[in-house]
Design a protein around this ligand. Structure first.
Ligand code: SF4
Length: 310
């Protein structure tokens, strides 16, 4: 695949230690983007009898053709596996910076099967792929895990998706995390990682991404950015602590409600927090790769250290 794609699916079997590569082209013509490829491979490689927490389940970390380019908001990663929560196809996605790094390493998906005997992590540096011991990371939270892996690999540019103690202990709804505030929190994808004894996937890529008509592409991306700009104020995410005025994105639970009549009570009940944060005056705002929405607020909490709220 010449343009936009990394060109390769990276397949790792944690039971046997086998690492192999297959062409993205086997799927990309019919199954567009990360959700398309994930859905097709899950359909082919799991059955109704597949135990979501068994080694036969497959978990995929995939990106689409736009990932890593200038297309606004294209830094997201789609994770899929048979879900321990629903027993059906689990899908959850996250922003951050891991997806573009995977593209720059030359891959469109990491497809993980099997289960390791002890805790491991996968390290990807372009063509160099290793399954590494992660026993020293057992019980570490997701912030510590990312720091320790970067230290170990001696590269501050490494991007890491990982689980914390919840995933390791197979809590049913464990999330997968990247950086401070990016989570794939739906359908128990972190639980599936935990069941495979997979603590993290670290990736660093240096290859870039090829675009067929760079000038035209840049022109279209700038157009999209300009179209999007007036809408940014409306695009803040869940607003349970409240903006003033509130944004439209007040959603609750599993999106069963879009307005929360008790919001005022919560504000009263959490007055100190509300007073401190009502104007969202954090240290600054943060966001994901190439997204101008930048929907996260960055705080320095004296107890917790740096905190991102979105
Ligand atoms: S900055 Fe916010 S809106 Fe933009 S991709 Fe990340 S989570 Fe989504």
């Amino acid at each position: 695949m010449e343009y936009m794609y990394g060109g390769t699916l990276l397949r790792v079997d944690l039971s046997t230690g086998e690492i192999r590569r297959t062409p993205t082209a086997d799927y990309a013509d019919l199954w567009l983007g990360a959700r398309g490829i994930n859905s097709r491979i899950l359909y082919e490689e799991t059955t109704g009898d597949t135990d979501p927490l068994g080694p036969e389940n497959v978990i995929l970390f995939s990106i689409g053709p736009f990932t890593g380019t200038m297309v606004p908001g294209s830094g997201r990663v789609e994770i899929a596996a048979k879900s321990p929560v629903t027993g059906f196809q689990g899908m959850s996605n996250m922003g951050g910076y891991w997806g573009p790094e995977l593209k720059y390493a030359g891959y469109d998906s990491v497809v993980v099967k099997g289960a390791a005997e002890k805790l491991v992590y996968i390290s990807i540096y372009n063509d160099k792929v290793e399954i590494r011991d992660a026993s020293h990371l057992a019980g570490k939270d997701t912030f510590e895990t990312q720091d320790l892996i970067r230290e170990e690999l001696k590269d501050p540019e490494v991007e890491v998706v990982c689980i914390g103690p919840a995933g390791e202990n197979l809590i049913g709804y464990a999330s997968v995390q990247n950086r401070l505030g990016n989570a794939a929190g739906r359908t128990g994808m972190g639980t599936v990682m935990g069941a495979k004894n997979l603590k993290a996937i670290a990736v660093r890529g240096t290859r870039g991404v090829r675009v067929a008509q760079p000038e035209k592409f840049m022109e279209l991306c700038l157009e999209a950015l300009a179209e999007q700009k007036p809408l940014i104020g409306m695009a803040k995410t869940t607003d349970a602590i409240g903006n003033d005025p509130p944004s439209w994105g007040e959603t609750l639970g599993n999106y069963e409600a879009t307005q929360w009549v008790k919001q005022k009570e919560l504000r009263g009940g959490h007055k100190p927090f509300w007073e401190k944060h009502k104007n969202r005056q954090g240290l600054g705002i943060a966001g994901c790769f190439n997204c101008q929405v930048r929907c996260m607020d960055y705080y320095d909490n004296s107890d917790l250290g740096p905190v991102v709220v979105n």
